[in-house]
Write a protein that binds this ligand. Structure first.
Ligand SMILES: Cc1ncc(C[n+]2csc(CCOP(=O)(O)OP(=O)(O)O)c2C)c(N)n1
Length: 577
C-alpha cells in the first residue's frame, strides 16, 4: 500500500535532485511527513536541533558554507516564529534558505486546537516568496502543485540576490505511516531548472561606462560585505595593474588578499582632521557588496558626498547607504572589473592626478598602521590585543567568524593581511543581531571540516548557548570569548556610557563565565589569565585534536575602553607632529 503523503515525501527527492544536501530539522509531530521524507533520503544529511532559534542560524551557517539553500523544518505553532531572526538575517545578508513550517489544516486555525498560530506569510517581508501547499493530495493537480511550488521555491531562493523562501505545509492526521505502508520516493519527479543570467555588461553599457570613467580623477572604490571569491580577487588584481585608484575594504569584504586594500579606514577616518577628510573626498565613488562595518566611513561619505556614485549589483533592491547613488550598474563586480581592466591606462596629466589621490589614501593607511605598531602597552592586556594576537596566529586555512558587536570591530581595526589569503571571513551583518553568531559558526562546522574560529563577546555567547545543545560533533570549532561581563559597545559609543542607567539597562552587566557551560557541553576550556602564558595557550587552542575549545579572556570594561581610547588618541596625535 502506498502513502497518501507520496507527493510530500517526493519533496525530499526533489530537493536532493536540485542539489540540496543539508537539512536542519526541529522536533514535533505535525512535521512528521516531511521529517521522515528528509531523514529517509540517503542524499540529504539531516540533523535535529531542539531550539528553533539556533536551528535557524545553524541552517544559515550551512548556507554560508555551501552557498546552497539549506533546508529548515519545524512543527506548527510558535516554533515557526523562532526561525524569524535567522530568516531576517538570511534575507538581508542574501543567503538562500528553504524554510518549511508544518501547519494544521486551514479549518483548524484559530479553533484552540493547540500549537496553532497564523502561519501564512509569517515572515512578512523577510522572505523572497511564501507558498501555501495544498492540504489534500488526492487530485493529480494537487500533486502537480506541490512539486511545482517546491521547484519554484528553490529557484527563487537561488536567484540573484539569493534569500530565504517559506513553504507552509498543512498536514491532516494521521501523520505517521501505517505498518503496512510502503515508504519510498517516486521514480519520475519533475525538475524545473532555472538557467540564470551571467550578469555581464552589454556593449552599449560598456561604451557609456568607458566614456564616463575617463572623466574622473578622484575615484574611490568601496567594497561592502562579500564572500571570499578568487575570480573577483583576480579581476581586481588585473584592474589595479592599469588603474591606480584606492579601494577601501572592511575585514568582511574578504578582499584582504589584495595588497593595496585600505584596511584601516575605520581607524583613521574617525580620528583625522577635517582638512584631510576634504582631500579624501572622491569625485566618483564605486561601491559593490553588501553592508560596511565602519561608521566613520559612512559619516565621511555622507558629509563629503561624491558628485557621482556607481553601485555595482547584479539584481535586487539597492541600499543607498551613503546617500549618493547616481547610477546602478546591473553586473557582477567581477565582470565589471574585468571590463574596467581592459580600458587602457592613459599616461598623461589626468593619470597623474589619479595617482596623487591614491597616494593620499596610502598615506593615511600607513599612518594608522604605524599607530598600531608597538601600540600595546606591556603592563596591560585587553580585548583588542587578544584579537590582534589571535588574528596574527590564525592557521592558514580557516573560517574566521566575527560576532556582533565589538568583536567584528576589533577584528576590523586589526585587519587581515595578504598572507591570510586562504582565510574566509563571516559575520551576520545583514541585521547585526547578537542572537545567532555561535549557531551560525556551528552550521559551518556541520557542513565542512574547515576549522572555524569565532571571536565573540559574552552577551552574544551566552545568549546563543543552545548552539551547543545537540548531539553532533563540532570539534572544528574554536571560540575566543571576550568576556567583559556586559555589552562593552555601549561603553564605547557616545551616549549610553555616561548615563546613570548605563550598567543596568544598556551594558547589562552579567556575571557568567564559560567554565560551567564548557563542562556541560564537553568543550575544552582555556582561560587567558596572563599575557605571558598566551603563546602556549594559543598553541593548545589551535591544536585540532578532536574537541571543541573555548578560550576565555575575562577583563573589565574600563581598561578595554581605555586601551581603545588611547589608540584613538595616538592616531589623533600623529596629525599634530
Ligand atoms: C538580538 C539582539 N538584541 C540586542 C542587540 C543590541 N546589541 C548590540 S551589541 C549588544 C551587546 C553585545 O554584548 P557582547 O556580546 O558582550 O559584546 P561586546 O559589546 O562586549 O563586544 C547588544 C545588546 C542586538 N544587536 N541583537
Amino acid at each position: 500500500m502506498s502513502s497518501r503523503f507520496q507527493a510530500i515525501y517526493d519533496i525530499a527527492a526533489l530537493c536532493a535532485k536540485k542539489g540540496l544536501t543539508h537539512a536542519v530539522l526541529c522536533p514535533g509531530s505535525r512535521c512528521a511527513p516531511l521529517t521522515l521524507a528528509f531523514t529517509r533520503h540517503q542524499d540529504i544529511s539531516c540533523r535535529t536541533i531542539s531550539d528553533e532559534r539556533s536551528a535557524g542560524f545553524i541552517a544559515l551557517g550551512i548556507s554560508q558554507e555551501t552557498r546552497q539553500p539549506a533546508i529548515l523544518l519545524c512543527t506548527s505553532g510558535t516554533a515557526a516564529y523562532n526561525f524569524a531572526p535567522a530568516v531576517a538575517e538570511a534575507y538581508f545578508s542574501r543567503r538562500p534558505l528553504l524554510v518549511f513550517t508544518a501547519d494544521r489544516p486551514v479549518e483548524w486555525i484559530g479553533q484552540q486546537d493547540g500549537q496553532t498560530i497564523y502561519q501564512t506569510n509569517i515572515y512578512g517581508n523577510h522572505v523572497k516568496k511564501t507558498y501555501q501547499l495544498p492540504q489534500e493530495y488526492d487530485h493529480a493537480d494537487n500533486q502537480w502543485a506541490i512539486i511545482r511550488m517546491v521547484n519554484e521555491a528553490i529557484n527563487v531562493s537561488r536567484q540573484e540576490p539569493p534569500g530565504p523562501v517559506h513553504i507552509n505545509a498543512p498536514f491532516r492526521e494521521p501523520l505517521y505511516p501505517k505498518p503496512n505502508e510502503v515508504f519510498g520516493f517516486s521514480n519520475s519527479i519533475r525538475v524545473t531548472e532555472d538557467h540564470v543570467s551571467s550578469f555581464e555588461l552589454d556593449n552599449a553599457q560598456k561604451i557609456v561606462i568607458e566614456e564616463e570613467w575617463r572623466t574622473y580623477n578622484n575615484v574611490l572604490l568601496v567594497a561592502g560585505q562579500l564572500d571570499a571569491d578568487d575570480a573577483l580577487i583576480n579581476s581586481l588584481a588585473n584592474f589595479f595593474r592599469n588603474h591606480n585608484v584606492p579601494i577601501v575594504g572592511d575585514i568582511i569584504s574578504n578582499l584582504h588578499p589584495i595588497e593595496k586594500v585600505v584596511r584601516r579606514a575605520d581607524l583613521f577616518l574617525g580620528n583625522c582632521p577635517e582638512g584631510i577628510l576634504k582631500t579624501l573626498k572622491p569625485d566618483l565613488l564605486v561601491t559593490f557588496g553588501n553592508s560596511t562595518i565602519s561608521k566613520s566611513l559612512k559619516l565621511f561619505l555622507r558629509k563629503h558626498p561624491p558628485a557621482t556614485h556607481w553601485h555595482i549589483q547584479p539584481a535586487g533592491e539597492v541600499a543607498d547607504t551613503f546617500q549618493s547613488i547616481t547610477k546602478i550598474i546591473r553586473a557582477t563586480p567581477t565582470s565589471f572589473f574585468v571590463f574596467l581592466s581592459s580600458i587602457p591606462r592613459i599616461d598623461n596629466f589626468e593619470n597623474q592626478k589619479q595617482n596623487n589621490y591614491n597616494k593620499l589614501w596610502e598615506v593615511e593607511e600607513r599612518r594608522a598602521n604605524r599607530s598600531l605598531e608597538d601600540y600595546f602597552p606591556p603592563q596591560d592586556f585587553g580585548e583588542l590585543e587578544l584579537a590582534n594576537e589571535i588574528i596574527n596566529s590564525l592557521p592558514p586555512k580557516v573560517n574566521l567568524h566575527l560576532a556582533n558587536s565589538m568583536s567584528v570591530r576589533y577584528a576590523n581595526f586589526i585587519g587581515l593581511k595578504t598572507r591570510h589569503n586562504s582565510i574566509r571571513v563571516f559575520a551576520n551583518r545583514g541585521t547585526s543581531g547578537i542572537d545567532g553568531c555561535t549557531s551560525t559558526s556551528i552550521g559551518h562546522c556541520f557542513a565542512s571540516d574547515v576549522p572555524n574560529i569565532l571571536i565573540t563577546g559574552d552577551l552574544a555567547f551566552f545568549y546563543d548557548r543552545n548552539a551547543f545543545w545537540h548531539n553532533y560533533s563540532f570539534a572544528n570549532l574554536r571560540v575566543v570569548l571576550l568576556n567583559n561581563h556586559g555589552g562593552i559597545i555601549f561603553k564605547m559609543i557616545d551616549g549610553p556610557g555616561d548615563a546613570p542607567e548605563a550598567d543596568e539597562y544598556f551594558i547589562t552587566k552579567q556575571r557568567l563565565t564559560a567554565k560551567l557551560l564548557c563542562e556541560e557541553f564537553g568543550i575544552t576550556y582555556l582561560k587567558v589569565d596572563h599575557k605571558r602564558k598566551l603563546k602556549n595557550l594559543l598553541k593548545d587552542f589551535f591544536e585540532f585534536d578532536g574537541t571543541p575549545k573555548v578560550l576565555e579572556l575575562e577583563s573589565d570594561l574600563v581598561s578595554n575602553k581605555l586601551l581603545f581610547e588611547n589608540l584613538k588618541q595616538k592616531i589623533k596625535k600623529s596629525y599634530e607632529l
